[in-house]
Design a protein around this ligand. Structure first.
Ligand SMILES: [Zn+2]
Length: 83
């Protein structure tokens, strides 16, 4: 499970314009796996761009893990050092 999380993190990070990834979780749902994650992007990114990125991550993760049935990606504005 830990290996998978690290791999999913690297998949997400390889996606353009993703600044940081955190809170990756995998949960079993019967024979399937549900995955959720938070990704930080430029806060000024448009909803259209953010949505496109979300779809790219979902596609890539599903390609790598056929047991992942559902992926939830939460988009967050990039956090600065202050917070
Ligand atoms: Zn978060």
């Amino acid at each position: 499970m830990m290996k998978k999380i690290a791999y999913i993190e690297s998949i997400a990070k390889s996606t353009t314009r993703i600044r940081r990834v955190h809170s990756i979780r995998l949960r079993k749902l019967g024979p399937y796996v549900v995955e959720d994650m938070h990704v930080e992007v430029d806060g000024k990114m448009t909803v259209n761009e953010a949505h496109k990125i979300t779809e790219q991550i979902e596609e890539k993760v599903k390609q790598e893990f056929d047991k992942v049935a559902e992926i939830k990606v939460r988009i967050e504005p990039e956090k600065t050092q202050q917070n």
